[in-house]
Write a protein that binds this ligand. Structure first.
Ligand code: ZN
Length: 50
């Protein structure tokens, strides 16, 4: 479990990030991490599944 912090200066809330694993077998996808409060995309996480 990870804690991320919103980059929106009007928000700046911390929230938990739940990695979504096993969505696409053998695939690589960029998963946008969005703040659940304001919807700002905090970062884009590259996930890889073997
Ligand atoms: Zn936010």
């Amino acid at each position: 479990m990870e804690i991320d912090k919103c980059t929106n200066e009007k928000c700046l809330k911390e929230f938990q990030v739940h990695p979504i694993g096993g969505g696409v077998p053998g695939g690589k996808e960029k998963e946008p991490i969005d703040c659940p409060y304001c919807g700002t995309t905090v970062r884009t996480e590259m996930t890889s599944t073997m």
